[in-house]
Design a protein around this ligand. Structure first.
Ligand SMILES: Nc1ncnc2c1ncn2[C@@H]1O[C@H](COP(=O)(O)OP(=O)(O)OP(=O)(O)O)[C@@H](O)[C@H]1O
Ligand SMILES: [Mg+2]
Length: 340
């Protein structure tokens, strides 16, 4: 009877007698503690002051309560809400609700807000400074006015780009769980992205070396997001690839991609730029992450482009591979599951 009852409870739960000995447990308990605790003394199992006080109060005085309980096991550190409820005869039912996800989400949200505030403060401070200068020392100086206004315009554009990037990032994150349904030809998407960026490329004297873009490569996808994905990657290749260089864009199929465990379509964007120190590679797709070396300090990115790329790839059930050799160039490869 009690076993069946415990089995029906979705949380890891156990029953402890007035003698502190665990009498019954469910499968969730073995999962989080790594063993079935039946027969063990709860005093030895729960050794954190607040959590053991909650259990004591319940066993001794029949008072139900809850406390935070941190457990380190094979899968890392988990934080639980431990609840102790009196069930008569000096017994207590103790359950554990995993709070790790909530706490991590909270921490991420706090970081995110701090990051945004920080990123916006710099251009705002500069705008406010220039307004003051235009009102005061530069009042009669038209040359200075023109110069300051164009800096102000750049800063305002930067802020507006950041806001629209943040919006598209949050949109992709929202529908990340819903797999797109349309059939999209990636080579068509790549051709139109390249056409869109033609002006930027000729300004920087950059040529595109395209392989296989005349053939159709169909994936299950969202056309707008795929456009955004390749726009971000090719824009980076232009920005960080350097003037006068070539950007290599190629499409191919592979019979079986090991990590995706199925046939895949591979889209590769490679530049001939200065490359990225391997130390930065693992963090490159984090929001606001920029490699701040002297070369790209003035290129004015917000560090959101690759975060957006990562989420779009994830939504398409694909994967992103980044490799880079310093002084040779960087390569961003996206693998999409191929429609069979
Ligand atoms: N092809 C590349 N070659 C060298 N470094 C690169 C390349 N692509 C990205 N990076 C580095 O990774 C960082 C993050 O790129 P990401 O696209 O996320 O941001 P960004 O280009 O700085 O800003 P934006 O949000 O405008 O795209 C860049 O700041 C740059 O330092
Ligand atoms: Mg970018």
């Amino acid at each position: 009877m009690i076993e069946a009852l415990l089995k029906g409870i979705p949380l890891p739960t156990m029953i402890v007698g007035s003698d502190r000995i665990v009498t019954h447990t469910n499968a969730g308990i073995s999962e989080i503690f790594g063993r079935d605790l039946a027969g063990e003394n709860v005093v030895n199992l729960i050794r954190q002051a607040q959590a053991s006080a909650a259990i004591e109060a319940c066993l001794d005085n029949g008072r139900s309560g809850a406390a935070r309980f941190v457990l380190s096991n094979h899968s890392g550190e988990h934080s639980f809400q431990l609840s102790a409820g009196a069930i008569g005869n000096g017994q207590a039912v103790i359950s554990f609700e995993d709070q790790t996800r909530h706490e991590e989400d909270d921490a991420m949200r706090r970081d995110f807000v701090a990051n945004i505030s920080h990123e916006l403060r710099t251009p705002l401070t500069s705008l406010m400074g220039f307004i003051e200068t235009l009102r005061g020392p530069a009042r009669g100086d038209t040359d200075a006015q023109d110069r300051f206004l164009s800096i102000m315009e750049r800063e305002a554009e930067r802020m507006s780009r950041m806001v629209s990037d943040l919006l598209s990032l949050s949109r992709v994150e929202v529908d990340e769980r819903v797999r797109p349904r349309d059939q999209v030809d990636i080579s068509g998407v790549l051709r139109s992205v390249i056409a869109t960026l033609e002006g930027k490329m000729s300004d920087a004297d950059i040529t595109v070396n395209a392989t296989n873009l005349e053939n159709a490569f169909i994936v299950q996808g969202d056309r707008d997001q795929l456009t955004q994905l390749f726009l971000n990657l090719i824009e980076n290749a232009i920005k960080y690839g350097g003037t006068g260089k070539t950007i290599h864009v190629s499409l191919s199929t592979i019979a079986r991609d090991q990590p995706l465990r199925q046939p895949a379509i591979k889209a590769e964007i490679r530049d001939e730029g200065a490359g990225i120190d391997p130390l930065h590679l693992p963090r490159l797709t984090e929001r606001f992450y920029r490699v701040d070396d002297h070369r790209n300090r003035n290129q004015g990115g917000t560090g959101l482009g690759l975060a957006i790329v990562k989420h779009i790839v994830k939504r398409h059930r694909g994967r992103l591979e980044i490799s880079s050799k310093q002084e040779v160039g960087s390569q961003f490869t996206v693998f999409f599951p191929q429609k069979s």
